[in-house]
Design a protein around this ligand. Structure first.
Ligand code: HPA
Length: 275
């Protein structure tokens, strides 16, 4: 499922369905509950993951599982609505199939979105957070195993995972559209259980502002392939170690769905500013 050969097979299948696939396409991964963040693409072609041979399947409620290609402000966009997680039983490499396929298709820029819990007490449920850096706390790397030299280096540098230029554009967009955009460090845990108060305290102490179960490994796979990454977390719940509130998956999905409109405005504006 994750060998270069299998990624080529998946990519060929996608190209057969999307005959006008263009150079310069921007890739977007939509996280839990954020399926509504990108709804109207011009000339849209939708391919359910279930119709892509060899493609993993989303097993989680709130992750719709389809690929959408189309145009926004005349720019070509490939949206992965639904992703794969380590907690579903996928290896870190398998969970990054979306990214590997984008790399194989020649995509050079990707926006990764997710739902996350706020750890920084100044941030609230409903805020969006531009990811400035990450901590991969899963204990897994998508690069484990033989390195595929055609994808990237054995020991890729991770000193600037989240493209500084894209971050600057995102901040400009946030100002122009009056969408509140916090900034911070995202920590990825394996899940699927949420964190205890002690774990939450530790994650804050090691420097994280938000916690989630995706993104860091995807960003690593993208940087490995030389793809520029922008990450935006949708903060769906507030985790304060000294007065931990209960969180449910349903509440996370509901809050992410509410923030989809702001995410949508921001992403559209960012795309208009890219050349
Ligand atoms: N923890 C981990 N992942 C999450 C959370 C959280 O609090 N909220 C949304 N995804």
């Amino acid at each position: 499922m994750t060998s270069p050969e299998s990624i080529i097979v998946i990519s060929r299948h996608i190209l057969e369905k999307i005959d006008n696939f263009q150079v310069g396409t921007i890739g977007i991964i939509l996280g839990s509950g954020l399926g509504e963040a990108i709804t109207k693409l011009d000339k849209a072609i939708e391919i359910p993951y279930s119709e892509i041979p060899g493609f993993p399947q989303s097993t989680v409620k709130g992750h719709s599982g389809s690929l959408i290609y189309g145009f926004m402000q005349e720019k070509p966009i490939l949206v992965f609505s639904g992703r794969f997680h380590i907690y579903e039983g996928y290896t870190a490499a398998e969970a990054c199939t979306t990214v590997r396929v984008m790399g194989e298709l020649g995509i050079k820029t990707i926006f990764i979105t997710n739902a996350a819990g706020a750890l920084n007490p100044r941030y609230d449920a409903g805020d969006l957070m531009l990811i400035t850096d990450h901590i991969n706390f899963t204990g897994h790397s998508p690069l484990t195993g033989p390195n595929h030299d055609q994808w990237g280096l054995r020991f890729p540098d991770m000193s600037k995972v989240y493209c500084e230029k894209l971050q600057a554009v995102a901040l400009e967009s946030a100002r122009a559209t009056a969408v509140r955009l916090e900034r911070g460090v995202y920590v990825q845990v394996s899940g699927p259980n949420l964190e205890t108060p002690a774990e939450t305290r530790m994650l804050k102490m090691i420097g994280a502002d938000a916690v989630g179960m995706s993104t860091a490994i995807e960003a690593v796979a993208a940087v490995h392939m030389g793809i520029k990454v922008m990450g935006i977390a949708c903060l769906t719940n507030k985790n304060l170690p000294d007065c931990m509130a209960e969180t449910t998956h349903e509440a996370v999905i509901e809050q992410a769905a509410k923030s989809s409109a702001a995410m949508s405005v921001l992403i559209k504006d960012i795309i208009t500013r890219l050349n």
